[in-house]
Design a binder for this molecule. Structure first.
Ligand SMILES: Cc1cc2nc3c(=O)[nH]c(=O)nc-3n(C[C@H](O)[C@H](O)[C@H](O)COP(=O)(O)OP(=O)(O)OC[C@H]3O[C@@H](n4cnc5c(N)ncnc54)[C@H](O)[C@@H]3O)c2cc1C
Length: 304
């Protein structure tokens, strides 16, 4: 069984940056990841300095090459089934491969999205349908933008999109808005369509929404809310503290509630945040912080 200073679970932005930081600090590191990433549905990544519009896979390929250049970093394309043990002696069981042993574990296994069950949403997600106005709102600039759903976030979403869209419309798909949300939308002058949504389909460079009452709405883009959950079973297996939102609670150095276990990226919620700030740049930054936390804790333990 191989023995490492740190096992990083996940090879997305968080795991890749953590690997580079650990490699530079000569920590023997294994990065265990499959090739499923949260932003797989999109061809272009935005809101990242120096890489606005870059295909996400291109960034990951370059980041993996950077990390692989360090002798102490090993990549294994493997699915981690379980993590057990405690500080100084964690065991990671892998699918179809020998287990791995590590003194510390850095979880960067991300989250998985479940999309609203409206036909056409999944097919257009990451392009004409998006969940994040920071990632994809600008691409809809100057068009009529729809917001699907009746959850409380709809009012704030409309307010955020106001400066970007030429027009907004909320499609509740038969759901009922809270009174305060309805009032917010009325104040913003955003129309609300309450009919059920039968289908969302691409037409030309935009979308057409077919409503249950036979009407249609033309859009330049549609914002939806996804339900997300941790991609891996590790929080439960290790008994990590989880926030109300379902993310792993971490301190500024990515330390979880269990000694020797760190977390970064979309799965981790840092201090003062109401939810994980899910972006590629923040994931990479938190990967670096968690790696620094690992290095620092190991160094302090050696001189204690
Ligand atoms: C459609 C869409 C578009 C987006 N666009 C943007 C954008 O334009 N700009 C932006 O900044 N952000 C964007 N985001 C958000 C961005 O994708 C995430 O914030 C970022 O990918 C999080 O990185 P991560 O490293 O935490 O997780 P991921 O990139 O999802 O990586 C998770 C890693 O963990 C691995 N993993 C999971 N489970 C296991 C397991 N059991 N064993 C081994 N490995 C495992 C996966 O294989 C993967 O390697 C978008 C998100 C979506 C859904």
């Amino acid at each position: 069984m191989n023995d490492y200073d740190v096992a990083v679970v996940g090879a997305g932005a968080a795991g890749l940056q953590a690997a580079q930081t650990l490699g530079r600090m000569h920590q023997s590191t294994v990065v265990l990841g499959t090739d499923r990433y949260r932003n797989d549905p999109t061809g272009h990544m935005h809101n990242f300095l120096g890489h606005d519009g870059t295909p996400p896979a291109e960034l990951r390929t370059a980041a993996r090459k950077d990390a692989e250049a360090y002798d102490d970093v090993t990549f294994r394309d493997a699915e981690v089934l379980s993590v057990s043990g405690s500080l100084g002696d964690f065991v990671l069981e892998l699918a179809g491969e020998e287990p791995v042993r590590a003194r510390r574990v850095l979880l960067a296994s991300g989250v998985r999205d479940t999309l609203p069950a409206v036909p056409g949403v999944t097919e257009n997600f990451g392009d004409l349908v998006a969940h994040c106005p920071f990632c994809h709102g600008h691409e809809y600039a100057g068009t009529r933008v729809g917001i699907l759903g009746s959850a409380p976030h709809v009012g704030a979403m409309a307010s955020m999109l106001g400066p970007i869209a030429s027009e907004l419309v909320v499609l509740t798909d038969g759901g009922a808005l809270e009174e305060s949300v309805a009032q917010t939308l009325a104040r913003l002058g955003v129309p609300v369509v309450e009919a059920g949504v039968r289908e969302v389909r691409r037409e030309g460079s935009g979308l057409v929404v077919d409503l249950a009452d036979g009407a249609t709405v033309d859009l330049g883009g549609l914002l939806v809310k996804t339900d997300w959950a941790l991609a891996g079973p590790f929080a439960e297996q290790l008994g990590l503290e989880v926030s109300e939102m379902g993310a792993v609670v971490v301190d500024a150095f990515g330390r979880t509630s269990v000694p020797g276990v760190f977390a970064a990226g979309d799965m981790a919620q840092g201090p003062g945040l109401p939810m994980p700030m899910a972006s590629v740049l923040v994931a990479a930054a938190s990967g670096q912080m968690a790696a620094a936390g690992c290095v620092q804790d190991a160094a302090l333990a050696r001189i204690a």
